[in-house]
Ligand binder design. Structure first.
Ligand code: F0G
Length: 405
C-alpha cells in the first residue's frame, strides 16, 4: 500500500505513512492505494460476516472488520465500536418522496452520533502510529466532537477550530465534554480551515478530510451497505455534500469493490448540497471546468455551510465514475424533509435531510422512477442540533407553551 497523487498526469507516489497532506510535486490531494487483494470476493464476504460473531476489538468495529482494504501495519487501533449501522426502511418518508423502495443508512447511530467516527478511527490510529501528541481540525461541529472523542480514547490532545457562533450547541458541548481545546475563529468554516492549515506544523497532526486516512474509514460505509443488500447494488445512493470528503470516500469504496469483483454493477451516486452552499452543484449545472467557491455560504443546515470544499476533484470523480449527478435543495425543502424523517421514527440532523428533500424533488421531476431502489445516507443524529428543531417547531400553534423556559 502507498499514497498517490490524484492528478493522473502527475501520479507521484509516497510511502503509505508519509505525513504529507498534498502532493509534493503538483500540490493535489493524495489518496491511499490499496495493495493487491489476494483473497477472492467469496472468501472475503464469508470472513467479513464471520467476524460479526467475534469479540475481537477489530471485528467489533464496522470499519476494521473490512481491514483487508484498509491501511495496515498498526499494532494498536483506536476504536469505539463504530459502524455496524442498520439500514432502516423508509415508510411515510417513501410515500412522501414518491418511492416504493427507500432505505436509510443511518450513520448518526455511531459513538458520537455522526459518520465522522468511521473516518476518525482510522485517522486517529494513524496519528498514534506516527507518534503525534496533538490532533486538530477545523469543523462545522461534527468532526470536532468525533476528533475529541477518539483523541481522548487514544490519550492525545485535541484542538478544534470552530467558526464562532455557527456551530450547534450540542456539537460544541460534545467537543467540550471530550476535553478538546476550542479555538473560536471569527469567520466561516472555510476561513477556520485556512487558519488551521496555516498554523499546522509538525506538532499538530491534521485530521480534516483532506487527510487520506479519514476517507479510508469512511469508504467502508459502502462495504457494509452492500453486504446488507446481499451485494446487490441499489440504483441510487444519495449523500449530503459539504467539504465533499464523504462522497469521495464512497466513490473510492465503490470503485475498489467493483475492481475487486464484488459488484457486477455500480449504484449511481447523487450528491446533494444546500442551495446557499452549493459550489459543486453550480459547477455541475454550468459545466464549468473549475470549482468557483461560494464566498459567503448560508444555510440553516450548519453542518454543510461550506463554500470552498477541498475534495471537489475527488467528489467529481466519484460522481462521474458512477454515472451519478449533483444537485441542491433549499432550506425550506430541507425543513419539510426533516419533519418527515422524524415522523418515520428515524430522525436526523438538518444536513442529512437534504437527501430526502432531493428525492422528493427528483420523483416530482420524473428524474427517478418510483420503482427505483434507493438508499439515502443520514449523516447525523437528530440530537445533534436540537436548537434547530425547537426554533423551527415551537412556533407551531399546537406546540406553543411546550417549552418551560
Ligand atoms: N452531514 C453532516 C451531518 C456533516 O457534519 C457533514 C460535514 C456533512 C454531511 C458533509 O460531509 O464534508 O464530507 O461532504 N461536516 C464537517 C464537520 C464539515 O466539520 O463536521 P462532507
Amino acid at each position: 500500500m502507498h499514497l498517490r497523487c490524484i492528478n493522473t498526469d502527475c501520479a507521484s507516489t509516497l510511502d503509505l505513512h508519509d505525513r504529507a497532506l498534498s502532493c509534493p510535486v503538483c500540490g493535489e490531494l493524495l489518496e491511499v492505494v490499496v495493495g493487491p487483494i489476494n483473497v477472492t470476493p467469496a472468501e472475503l464476504k464469508h470472513a467479513w460476516l464471520q467476524r460479526r460473531c467475534s469479540f475481537d476489538l477489530r471485528d467489533l468495529s464496522g470499519v476494521w472488520r473490512f481491514r483487508e482494504f484498509l491501511p495496515d501495519g498498526y499494532s494498536e487501533i483506536v476504536t469505539l465500536g463504530e459502524g455496524n449501522n442498520p439500514l432502516v426502511e423508509g415508510r411515510k418518508t417513501a410515500r412522501w418522496a414518491g418511492l416504493r423502495n427507500l432505505r436509510f443508512k443511518h450513520l448518526g447511530w455511531n459513538p458520537t452520533a455522526c459518520f465522522k467516527d468511521l473516518g476518525m478511527t482510522v485517522g486517529v490510529t494513524e496519528a498514534l502510529f506516527m507518534g503525534a501528541r496533538v490532533v486538530g481540525c477545523a469543523s462545522t461541529g461534527n468532526t470536532s466532537g468525533s476528533l475529541a472523542a477518539y483523541a481522548a480514547r487514544a490519550g492525545l490532545r485535541a484542538r478544534v477550530y470552530l467558526p464562532a457562533g455557527q456551530v450547534s450547541m450540542n456539537k460544541l458541548a460534545q467537543a467540550i465534554d471530550f476535553g478538546a481545546e476550542i479555538v473560536h475563529v471569527d469567520g466561516s468554516f472555510d476561513f477556520a480551515l485556512e487558519q488551521i492549515l496555516h498554523e499546522a506544523n509538525h506538532n499538530l497532526y491534521f485530521l480534516n478530510s483532506i487527510n487520506p486516512f479519514r476517507l479510508e474509514g469512511q469508504k467502508t460505509v459502502m462495504f457494509e451497505l452492500l453486504e446488507q443488500l446481499g451485494w446487490q447494488a441499489p440504483d441510487y445512493i444519495i449523500v449530503p455534500g459539504g467539504n465533499l470528503g464523504n462522497c469521495s470516500a464512497f466513490g473510492k469504496g465503490l470503485a475498489e469493490l467493483h475492481a475487486a469483483g464484488f459488484l457486477s454493477r455500480l449504484p449511481r451516486l447523487v450528491i446533494v448540497q444546500a442551495a446557499g452552499a452549493n459550489p459543486l452543484a453550480r459547477m455541475w449545472h454550468t459545466g464549468a471546468a473549475q470549482l468557483e467557491p461560494v464566498a459567503s455560504p448560508e444555510t440553516e443546515a450548519t453542518a454543510i455551510r461550506i463554500g470552498n470544499p477541498r475534495s471537489w476533484k475527488k467528489a467529481l470523480r466519484a460522481v462521474r465514475d458512477t454515472n451519478g449527478f449533483v444537485m441542491d435543495v433549499t432550506d425550506e425543502e430541507i425543513a419539510e424533509a426533516k419533519v418527515m424523517i422524524g415522523r418515520d421514527g428515524i430522525g436526523c440532523e438538518p444536513a442529512s435531510a437534504t437527501t430526502l428533500a432531493a428525492l422528493r424533488k427528483l420523483t416530482e421531476q420524473r428524474q427517478i422512477d418510483r420503482d427505483a431502489t434507493v438508499v439515502a445516507i443520514l449523516t447525523g443524529h437528530a440530537l445533534k442540533d436540537t436548537d434547530y428543531i425547537l426554533k423551527s417547531r415551537l412556533r407551531e400553534p399546537a406546540l406553543q407553551g411546550a417549552c418551560c423556559a
